[in-house]
Design a binder for this molecule. Structure first.
Ligand SMILES: C[S@@+](CC[C@H](N)C(=O)[O-])C[C@H]1O[C@@H](n2cnc3c(N)ncnc32)[C@H](O)[C@@H]1O
Length: 299
């Protein structure tokens, strides 16, 4: 078990190493698709279309997936992006320059934010809470830097139960991988691929998975109000993990283009099915990702 300083250091190393290939690895898009995804996520989390926010702060902004797409969609006006990884922030600055957006970047640890009280109307993040060792401290910082009446929004957080359910398609895919490779005529992945320098660190940087009420308690513990936790991605996620497991077992250049198209389009279709059929009906805990929104009281 690592202590918080060690977790911090590993997070910086892992994300610095990941920065250059992060967008291509995760299919991060800064065009129409990315904008639609991010606005849809914010809308689902809030339970209504996102409004407009003047000053925004992103925690663990990575390469800018949320901030740059929210700027492009006109949801936020003046954006500050923080992250503990200087490598991520330099890729973000380059992505912002290419997209023509002005963004302030500031290396910062979520548990101690270098901003005065009440600085932002929106404090948000995507896929970052599960990396932060002291979450009560981080939530108290989020509350401190929010302006009265401001909104907190975090999405893309792993759900403990959703993660357990997603292991089933991963195991099934591992079991059928040799048959699948034979069917598509692919050679097994070279051993070095499963041993990428960042693969070992990945296991260390994910320090939490959540039950919905744990996220709610964090927001309430920081005196935030109107707390709302929802879940997203069920079938899309199972499909995505199964395909990634199959693909990781094969020599990348042997995986045919048509298969990659099928995997990508199938994922988008199932995302739509999840959104319409399952997300409004099933409990948040069964989904792979959790989202939380809350508000700071008006003065
Ligand atoms: C999984 S990545 C997500 C990046 C981006 N939000 C996205 O959705 O593409 C997590 C990010 O959180 C950052 N991070 C990890 N621990 C952090 C901490 N304690 N404080 C601030 N940022 C942190 C990492 O450096 C990394 O850029």
């Amino acid at each position: 078990m690592l202590n918080p300083t060690e977790i911090h250091d590993v997070n910086v190393r892992y994300h610095d190493l990941a920065a250059d290939h992060y967008d291509s690895k995760w299919g991060i898009d800064f065009g129409e698709l990315g904008r639609a995804q991010v606005v849809a996520k914010a809308g689902k989390a809030l339970g209504r279309p996102p409004g407009r926010y003047g000053r925004s702060l992103e925690i663990g902004a990575g390469t800018g997936y949320f901030t740059l797409n929210l700027l492009a969609a006109g949801v936020i006006e003046r954006a500050t992006c923080t992250d503990i990884s200087p490598g991520m922030l330099s890729v973000l600055a380059e992505n912002a320059r290419r997209a023509g957006h002005a963004v302030e970047t500031e290396p910062a640890e979520a548990e101690s934010l270098p901003f005065p009280d009440a600085s932002f109307e929106l404090v948000f993040g995507h896929a970052v809470l599960h990396h932060i060792p002291d979450l009560p401290r981080a939530f108290s910082e989020f509350e401190r830097v929010l302006a009265p009446g401001g909104t907190l929004l975090f999405a893309g957080e792993p759900s403990r139960q959703g993660d357990r359910l997603a292991r089933v398609p991963k195991r099934l895919a591992s079991a059928v991988a040799p048959l699948w490779r034979r069917a598509i005529g692919a050679r097994p992945a070279p051993p070095s691929q499963e041993d990428e320098p960042d693969a070992a660190l990945e296991r260390v940087v994910d320090v939490h998975a959540f039950a919905p009420d744990e996220l709610e308690d964090l927001a309430r513990g920081a005196h935030l109000q109107q707390v709302r936790v929802t879940g997203e991605e069920l079938l899309a996620n199972w499909f995505g993990w199964a395909n990634r497991t199959l693909e990781a077992s094969a020599e990348p250049s042997d995986v045919p283009w048509i298969w990659r198209q099928y995997a990508h389009r199938g994922y988008l279709l199932l995302q739509e099915l999840d959104r319409r059929a399952f997300e409004p009906r099933l409990p948040a805990a069964v989904f792979y990702n959790l989202m939380i929104t809350a508000r700071k009281a008006e003065k």
